[in-house]
Each structure stands twice: as C-alpha cells, then as structure tokens.
Design a protein around this ligand. Sequence first.
Ligand code: FES
Length: 163
Amino acid sequence: MGLTKNRRKFLKTASSSALFATLGSSFFTSCYEKDEDISPVNNDDKNEDVWTNGYNIDSTNIKIDLNHNNFKILKGTGGWKRFDEGALLLVNVGSDIIRAFSSICPHAQCRTSWAYANNNFTCTCHDSIFKNDGSFVSGPAAGQDLKSLTAKVEDNILTVTED
Ligand code: FES
C-alpha cells in the first residue's frame, strides 16, 4: 500500500472523527475504511466489496440492503437483528416500519446480550426490558430508555441516522 493511499485513509478517518465530535455521535463505529458514494445499484468494481455484507457505514449514516441475506429478516413483521458493526438493534414493527436503537444498554452498557420476544427487547446482562419503541419497561436500567435513531426505508435500503 503506497503512502498516498495510507494518507487518504488517515484523512478519511480524521475527518470522520471530527464530524463525530461535532455531532456528538459516539455509537457509529470508526473502524470503517471504505470508499464513499456507494450504492448497491452502483455496483462497480471499486465498490463491490463494500456491499458484500449488505451494509455501508460512513461518517453520517448507516445504509443497509434489506435484500441482502444478512438483513432479509428485517423485511418481516417481528424480524429483528443485533447489528454489532453499527452498534444497533433493528426491528420491524409492522406496516413496513423498521425502528433502530443504539445497542448500548443504558444500564451498564452491555452491547451484545440482547433478546427479542413479545415486542420487547431484553438485555440479558441484567434483565432490563424495553418495548420495541425503546421505552423502559423493567429492570435495573431504571427508567432509562434505549437511544432511538432515525430509520427510513427507500427502495429496500434502510438508512439509519442520529436525530
Ligand atoms: S447492562 Fe443491560 S441490564 Fe445491565
């Protein structure tokens, strides 16, 4: 890898970090080093690998291809997914509505111990329960809701952004 490419990656990472700081964003991962302006319909050689796993994360949003095998489950009512690369919990609540939440539990910040049943998320670290609108139900999270994010679907692409 040449110096120019390393420098470009450094600048991309640096600018992403600056944007996160500006927006106060902390949950989008910064380990992503992919090219910009990608879309599953613009699948040229340069960008093909980006959508191999069905998603793209950049400094402002996360895009998810709902037709990809990794995310197809979100197309059906009640389908849900813990998406660790984006630190998200995603759930289809019916009527083609997908909701997105930070997967960081407000109690003690567990991220990967989630279950979903009867329209509720349970953080199995200490059994806090939240409705599928993110609101607290019971447990040691004690009145703290899941952090809700904006989720929009267009042409089978889910876009998640912070408010
Ligand atoms: S970290 Fe989720 S209930 Fe404790």
